[in-house]
Design a protein around this ligand. Structure first.
Ligand code: MG
Length: 370
């Protein structure tokens, strides 16, 4: 079996995005990590990271599950690739990949490696669906899109061939590896990404939005508290006049508890029982909206933002509807969401079950994070 090594380019500037696109987490993981994971799942056995002064520290702190090394990137992409190729001691196949193309699938990586084994190269590319015109001063020339393709990465080659192409080629004249491969006299073999999730490069704000949507996460939460006399009824951070209230260690705000569990579930960081143990005196009588703020703080520091919450309160009485707007406003503010992104509904159980008999109130919630 051949030995496949990846060159992962993490040296590009983020001038067009306004923030560091390679180091800002998308749903908890940076583009560098997502690209690294896809390359390893796709079959590479070693990674050479080409870094810039701004990405070096992060890459050095990464735990890479396969052998890896770090090289200094150059002023231009081709120089970074050349530096990385020079650091490879032994490889049959080299997959060269831009870290900013972090939505690449492991299947695409694997196909490009298999193509390079069979044909000497496996250059990932997309077909063109828009009509393209070439502007040449006053002259506009319509191009035949059936003859155009969009170059992507990974671009995977037999190591000896691409290394020689980089030694002899004019690095300043090209913007990708395939052009040097062609200049060295080889005919590239393409791997097309049709019918697959976008292998879009993170360049503009629109690309960033696409990445956020691609990695959106969902979670569910559910909670029940007993209705007793002599307690306030707090739902969604709002005190509701009623002859009974919910029993619990905190303020027993069953709706806010369900919402918190949905958020924690979506982020994959536990549940409220683990975060705020009910045998911890610190949380006795706690305002659950304050706990929600803490949950949101943790979610945001894990690289997520709350996108939407939908919740249902299950109770026979009191009527929820007159209070729903206040709950939406209070919970929304704590989650950094507009009230219209917090949906609060209510249902009865037609006198059945413990909710229907007025013994308890329950709530369920679904949350999405980007
Ligand atoms: Mg609870």
């Amino acid at each position: 079996m051949s030995r496949a090594v990846a060159v992962l380019l993490c040296a590009g500037g983020s001038v067009r995005m306004g923030f560091d696109k390679l180091l800002t987490p998308i749903a908890g993981k940076t583009a560098i990590e997502r690209s690294m994971d896809a390359l390893i799942s796709g079959g590479v056995q070693e990674i050479v990271f080409a870094v810039s002064p701004s990405t070096r520290g992060f890459v050095e702190s990464l735990v890479c599950p396969v052998p890896s090394q770090i090289v200094e990137g150059g002023d231009i992409r081709a120089q970074s690739v050349k530096n990385a190729l020079g650091a490879i001691a032994h490889a049959d196949i080299v997959a060269i990949h831009d870290a900013a193309r972090c939505m690449v699938s492991p299947e695409t990586v694997r196909e490009s490696i298999l193509s390079a084994e069979a044909f000497g190269s496996g250059v990932v590319a997309g077909k063109v669906t828009d009509t393209i015109m070439q502007l040449d001063g006053e002259h506009v020339l319509p191009l035949d899109r059936s003859k155009l393709i969009r170059m992507q990465t990974p671009q995977t080659f037999r190591f000896d061939r691409i290394k020689a192409a980089y030694e002899s080629g004019d690095l300043a004249a090209v913007t990708d590896d395939c052009a040097l491969y062609i200049a060295a006299g080889y005919a590239p073999h393409f791997v097309f990404t049709e019918g697959e999730a976008a292998n879009q490069k993170l360049t503009t704000g629109a690309d960033w939005q696409l990445a956020l949507a691609t990695y959106a996460r969902f979670g569910t939460g559910y909670d029940t508290h007993r209705l007793v006399e002599g307690r306030k009824l707090i739902l969604g951070g709002v005190e509701i006049p009623f002859e009974k209230g919910l029993l619990g260690h905190s303020d027993a705000d069953v709706l806010t508890h369900a919402v918190m569990d949905a958020l924690l579930g979506a982020a994959g960081i536990g549940d409220i029982g683990r975060l705020f143990p009910d045998n911890d005196a610190a949380y006795a009588g706690a305002d659950s909206v304050e706990l929600l703020r803490e949950v949101v703080r943790r979610i945001e520091s894990a690289g997520f933002r709350v996108a939407h919450v939908d919740a249902t309160i299950i109770c026979e009485r009191p009527k929820i509807k007159p209070h729903a707007a206040s709950m939406q406003a209070r919970l929304g503010e704590a989650m950094h969401l507009a009230p219209e992104s917090v949906s609060i509904k209510a249902t009865t159980t037609e006198g059945m079950n413990d909710e229907g008999k007025g013994l308890c109130i329950s709530a369920s919630a679904v949350a999405s994070l980007v």
